[in-house]
Write a new protein. Structure first.
Length: 422
């Protein structure tokens, strides 16, 4: 496949030059991981997903295009696993390290190998995939290795998401393109004057934890009773935790970014194809010392549903079209097209994944996802659930929020969830 990048792909690629858009997933796999089969699995993965057969080149008109010419195999690195936290340190490096998009496939793989437990880490360019796509890639690799007799189905080469959204007017989008920077994040403002200078280019840190299936099952039941969603409860817990940590006596407004899955809203079924099939709403919530947990959780659910009802699911695509059609930038120079509204926290939640955990003698125990994100985002939470076992990962920027405060926010959030489910 050789084609010019679509408008949304172009703007994501252009933004990559200013601020990386890597997506990384780490799978904890129990069992003896056969290294020799991993190379075969990646070769098949490249055949199954056509977008893994591509690199990005610029033509004579300085237009970026996907090219399948002379694309090498998917890059694979294998190193010895050094304890349970090794994967978290390596994921930081994967998120910080650019993909060689003009020479290699837009995916690379790292295996932290040990005789009994290994960590499989995949990293790809956000313009070709989202978190759920990454979960399917992990599943594909493990199934190829652990179940050699399983079907080897190749997926169809689909059009870019720009070409499979419903026919809707985009005239209003041009009128609402953000052209001014909003108030900075409350977290950033609160801790800005307390930070020491750092020479590190991108002071990113990660830490992870889990919520066992017994507790997550109780949480889901409580959410159903309170007429909200698990995601609404998670957002409420972290928003209230931020408010508690900031300890403001005044009412505050916090902005939460929540990627939404748009797969079921497109004009053709995309099923398990690799692609960036998400909307990117930023929702503001006003909090005071009297804010009730369940009221806030219901508000989160309501506002996200209203975002869908208002026809805003395809704002990303419509914005990209508007920017390029108005000759905003087509010269190949870098553009950061993400919203200028400062965000206090991003929470990306894959939900309860319909992915099995046993692949022959290999068992998928935990799955974590994270994206690089903008440098001005102080907190980013990734959540994936396997058989009711919730896997959390927190990415924070030390230049924006001290590590102790990031951990405090996590602890307060989890205490809130346990308290409301008593």
């Amino acid at each position: 496949m050789n084609r010019i990048l679509s408008a949304s792909e172009y703007l994501m690629w252009s933004s990559y030059k200013n601020s990386l858009e890597n997506v990384s997933l780490s799978a904890t796999v129990k069992g003896s991981f056969p290294i020799d089969l991993l190379t075969e699995a990646l070769a098949w993965l490249k055949l199954r997903h056509s977008r893994l057969q591509l690199k990005i080149v610029t033509n004579n008109l300085l237009q970026p295009e996907f090219s399948s010419e002379n694309v090498p195999p998917i890059a694979l690195q294998i190193i010895e696993r050094q304890g349970e936290e090794h994967w978290c340190r390596q994921m930081v490096e994967e998120l910080r390290h650019p993909l060689n998009w003009s020479e290699e496939p837009l995916l690379r793989v790292l295996l932290l190998h040990s005789p009994d437990v290994s960590n499989l880490i995949i990293t790809f360019h956000h313009c070709i995939g989202d978190g759920l796509s990454g979960a399917y890639l992990i599943r594909d690799i493990l199934q190829f290795i652990g179940e050699p007799g399983s079907p080897r189905e190749l997926l169809p080469d689909l059009p870019p998401v720009d070409e499979i959204i419903p026919n809707i007017s985009d005239s209003w989008v041009e009128e609402n393109l953000p052209n001014s920077i909003e108030a900075e994040s409350i977290l950033t403002a609160n801790y800005r004057n307390h930070q020491e200078n750092t020479s590190e280019k991108l002071p990113m840190r990660l830490f992870s934890w889990t919520l066992c299936s017994a507790k997550s099952t109780v949480l889901a039941a409580c959410c159903q009773k309170e007429k909200t969603s698990v995601h609404g409860a998670l957002c409420a817990a972290f928003l209230l935790a931020i408010a508690t940590e900031v300890n403001s006596s005044n009412e505050i407004t916090l902005r939460c970014h929540t990627p939404l899955n748009i797969r079921n809203h497109l004009t053709i079924p995309v099923n398990e194809n690799l692609g960036e099939y998400i909307a990117r709403p930023i929702i503001a919530h006003r909090l005071s010392q009297k804010t009730d947990f369940w009221d806030l959780a219901r508000e989160v659910k309501y506002k996200l549903n209203q975002f869908i009802a208002d026809g805003k699911l395809f704002d990303n695509v419509l914005k990209a079209r508007a920017l390029l059609s108005s000759n905003f930038n087509t010269s190949g120079s870098s553009v950061d097209t993400r919203s200028k509204v400062e965000i206090d926290i991003a929470i990306t939640n894959l939900g309860n994944l319909n992915i099995k955990q046993q692949f022959g003698k290999l068992q998928l125990q935990e799955l974590y996802l994270m994206a690089t994100g903008r440098k001005s985002l102080p907190l980013f939470i990734g959540v994936a659930t396997l058989k009711q076992n919730m896997c959390f990962i927190c990415r924070y920027e030390e230049s924006l929020i001290p590590g102790a405060n990031a951990h405090n926010i996590k602890n307060i959030a989890m205490e809130q969830l346990e308290a409301v489910c008593q």
